[in-house]
Design a protein. Structure first.
Lengths: 304, 546
């Protein structure tokens, strides 16, 4: 029941978001049809505005947009005249999903064990080395890591292609470049979570009962320690699944992240609103899933 | 130790966390396998710059679009691969009436669309009228205003299509009537907006016609596929009239805007040719310029400063002159741009055809200071705060570097502090068009190889004027030039117009003319020739070896 209510609440929330995005892009200076070369005549501009309904009052544009939206139509792109927003998302989303999914897997698969190990071996070389690694992942931005990976593994060693998206080998370097930051964040969260839990009285109880260190760590500490990771994983996945401009640009990946940035620069109104909605919907749904997982992992958390 | 034990011992958490992790990984890997391309390898892979906004020849206006589109759709003429001059294409020959007003084009008799139907003169007339219809929203509709009654038709002042100066006399003959003699008309005919498009397909599918498969084309290639932001693949059109001379079968064009990525792909052999002027990593220009596979050439583009004459203090000619004369162009091309650009005191680049260079204002700090004092600002005293509008970010930092350099020159010579006002591209354009600036970074690329493409920008009624300057005398000189058939006297009249614009009015401060560039290995690739309009027909490019 609770989750049903939450799901129903998504609809008005998305409506508000869509209206804000819809209105804000139109308020910003510059428009989709401002070009270096002025249109041949005011007639051309008028025809374009009419075609994309920009000649109508804002409220009417929005109402018409909602009508289309109700049918699942995000409208035509104002920059790429022969493509609809749906069409572009359909073409670009798969690459982003693959890259985002792999990076997500990498971030968890690398970050959780790293955080776990650094906490379990606190104050030893594993901790210092691992924490340094996590810190580097967080601090060095993708636009530095990416080119370094390309230089090392693609240009020097020639193990992987430098860019493009046409063989499974193409996914390796972008996954690393994108995932390292997130795995660093995860490792830190995991380490903090573990250290917090290991100070709890019940851990002392467990130890005093004579349980092995392994049992203490895995059986009693891990489950509550992973909760901060879970709550971060939702927004992280939403981030990853809507693409990264830097990585997609650097590795020439035909994903959606490039459109996220370029549509704003191009004042491609329909594209911006469509992508904002996509991102918002993903974020809201994933947060819902996080809450659900939370209630399952932590008996103290109950939503009513 | 922890790694060896791993997660399998986890009670409770194990199923959920693991299922989540595992399903993510497996799903992603499956997709990754699925997205693996099984496309056959192309003969040529070209890095082409930005993703094309459109491939409809009559709508496109950018260079990355035009390079693709001109391989798909051809006009009466086409650009010669070597010189960039117009040569017979779908029209095999033509006659021009002695008064220079009527062209009669004769189409080749063996022309067919890539799908087999004949291409007729009627298709041409239909295509050109389509460009003129406002509903098509063609950026380049004005290129056809040289046709009789075309502008009136476009503006809706004339409804009768028959009155427009293009008519099919029969299936193979097209009669074109001009408003005045137009020296560059054959160049216009080679320009994508004047290419022929299939009337039946456009009629049936409207705006979406370009996405129909198989696409009915008239040029050297057909469109194999167009995957947005991934690649465009062209395949040889076996029904093209000049198919015998097409040098390759399958060509991939990559939409790449990162200069570093383009260079990496090229150096690693994943791309054969890089040919967008924005794709030289600025910090590597010096290192790249010495390489045998890096080719630069003069390119018909001009970089200059606009003055807003509707605002004080730039309504004063002396102030504009002082600002223009304070610019040390040599220093800018040598210290900032460094890509082979030529310092220019004129708006029209020196390598333009039918052109006699005008006398622009030279770099002269002493005279600049004198004029500035005469205008009431000795040593910059009393000069109001002004700003220099420029585009920020995307197209690289060269614009910013030039701006800083200009700022320093104006400070040193005139004693004024000009603030910089960077804006992102679309906002910059809107701000320039609404004349909300004092000084403005400007550029212009030629549409065809003739001075008119630069000089008609500042006609009173031109949408590209963007200075607020309207001058009947200038309009009259340009009109007189374009009414002149003989090329020599015509060039002299243009020189008069440009000298007036630069010396007397000082409407702009020219800085340099562009350098074009591309990189490819001349031992592997042949058929790309430097020419001032940067036209390199793909069908002429040949791979010598892998």
């Amino acid at each position: 029941m609770y989750y049903l209510k939450r799901i129903l609440a998504l609809v008005p929330l998305l409506l508000v978001i869509s209206f804000l995005a819809f209105a804000l892009v139109r308020v910003a200076p510059g428009g989709p049809f401002d070009r270096e070369r002025a249109p041949a005549s005011p007639e051309v501009e008028r025809a374009l505005k009419e075609k994309y309904r920009l000649d109508q009052p804002l409220w009417k544009q929005y109402v018409l947009y909602l009508g289309d939206l109700a049918r699942g139509d995000l409208g035509p792109s104002m920059k790429y005249r022969h493509h609809s927003v749906n069409d572009i998302i359909r073409q670009a989303l798969p690459a982003t999903l693959v890259l985002g999914g792999l990076s997500f897997g990498f971030a968890l698969g690398f970050g959780i064990p790293l955080g776990f190990a650094t906490a379990a071996r606190k104050g030893q070389w594993v901790d210092y080395g691992g924490s340094l690694l996590a810190l580097i992942g967080i601090c060095v931005p993708a636009f530095v890591i990416g080119p370094l990976l390309v230089m090392g593994f693609a240009i020097k060693l020639q193990w992987f292609p430098v860019a493009l998206w046409d063989s499974p080998l193409n996914v390796v370097l972008p996954t690393l470049a994108l995932g390292l930051f997130y795995s660093g964040r995860i490792a830190r969260l995991m380490r903090e979570g573990m250290l917090g839990v290991l100070n709890e009285p019940y851990i002392m109880t467990a130890r005093s009962k004579g349980l092995t260190e392994r049992a203490v760590l895995f059986k009693h500490a891990l489950r509550p320690a992973v909760l901060p990771v879970i709550s971060y994983a939702g927004p992280m996945l939403a981030d990853l699944l809507t693409g990264s401009f830097v990585i997609e640009n650097l590795f020439q990946i035909p994903g959606i992240g490039v459109f996220m940035v370029n549509s704003s620069l191009n004042k491609d109104y329909t594209m911006i609103v469509g992508l904002v909605l996509l991102y918002a919907a993903l974020l809201l749904v994933l947060n819902l899933i996080v809450d659900f997982l939370y209630s399952r992992l932590d008996p103290q958390v109950k939503f009513e | 130790m922890w790694a060896a034990r791993g997660f399998p011992n986890l009670p409770g958490v194990r199923p959920r966390l693991h299922t989540l992790l595992a399903s993510c990984l497996v799903g992603a890997l499956l997709c990754a396998g699925g997205c693996g391309g099984r496309d056959e390898p192309a003969d040529l892979i070209i890095v082409n710059g930005a993703e094309p906004e459109s491939l409809d020849p009559q709508i496109v206006s950018g260079q990355p679009e035009m390079r693709v589109v001109s391989s798909l759709f051809e006009g009466l003429t086409r650009f010669n691969a070597r010189t960039g001059d117009p040569e017979p294409a779908l029209a095999s020959h033509w006659e021009l009436s002695p008064d220079g007003l009527v062209y009669t084009f004769h189409l080749r008799t063996n022309l067919t669309w890539s799908t087999g139907e004949p291409i007729t003169a009627g298709d041409f007339a239909w295509s050109w009228l389509r460009v003129l219809k406002p509903a098509t929203a063609a950026d380049y509709a004005a290129l056809l205003f040289y046709l009789k009654n075309a502008e009136e038709f476009h503006l809706g002042q004339l409804a009768d299509e028959q009155a427009v100066g293009v008519r099919a006399l029969d299936d193979h003959t097209l009669r074109v009537e001009l408003v005045s003699p137009t020296a560059f008309f054959l160049s216009l005919c080679a320009f994508p907006p004047l290419a022929v498009v299939p009337p039946d397909v456009v009629g049936r599918h409207g705006d979406q016609w370009i996405r129909t498969q198989p696409l009915k084309t008239s040029g050297a290639y057909t469109l194999e596929f167009w995957r947005i932001n991934d690649r465009i693949r062209l395949r040889r059109n076996l029904r093209y009239w000049d198919n015998a001379n097409t040098q390759n079968d399958l060509v991939d064009l990559l939409p790449i805007t990162s200069a570093t990525t383009a260079l990496n792909l090229y150096l690693n052999g994943q791309a054969d040719i890089v040919w967008d002027k924005n794709l030289v990593p600025v910090h590597l220009t010096d290192a790249l310029r010495g390489r045998p596979d890096f080719h630069t050439f003069d390119y018909l583009g001009s970089y200059f400063v606009r003055f807003n004459v509707t605002r004080k203090p730039f309504d004063d000619t002396r102030v504009r002159k002082a600002f223009a004369m304070a610019i040390d162009r040599q220093r800018i091309v040598e210290r900032v741009t460094r890509g082979g650009e030529k310092p220019a005191a004129t708006l029209v680049p020196l390598s333009t055809a039918n052109y006699l260079p005008a006398e622009g204002l030279q770099h002269d700090p002493a005279e600049a200071r004198r004029l500035f004092a005469e205008a009431g600002f000795p040593g910059g005293r009393g000069f109001p705060a002004v700003s220099y509008l420029l585009n920020a970010g995307t197209s690289g930092s060269a614009d910013e570097k030039v701006a800083v350099e200009l700022q320093a020159m104006w400070r040193d010579v005139l004693g004024v502090e000009v603030s910089l006002r960077p804006m992102e591209w679309k906002t910059y354009l809107a701000t320039m068009s609404t004349l909300d600036y004092d000084l403005c970074r400007s550029s212009w690329i030629a549409d065809y190889n003739d001075p008119n493409t630069f000089l008609d920008m500042f006609l009173s009624n031109s949408g590209n004027n963007r200075t607020g300057w309207k001058d009947a005398r200038y309009d009259e000189i340009i009109r007189r030039a374009n009414a002149t058939v003989e090329l020599q006297p015509r060039a002299e009249i243009f020189r008069e117009a440009e000298t007036y614009l630069l010396r007397e009015v000082a409407l702009i401060g020219p800085i340099y003319s562009y350098a074009g560039f591309n990189y490819y290995d001349p031992e592997k690739i042949a058929g790309i020739h430097p020419n001032p309009i940067d036209q390199h027909p793909i069908s002429a490019i040949q791979r010598l070896r892998r």
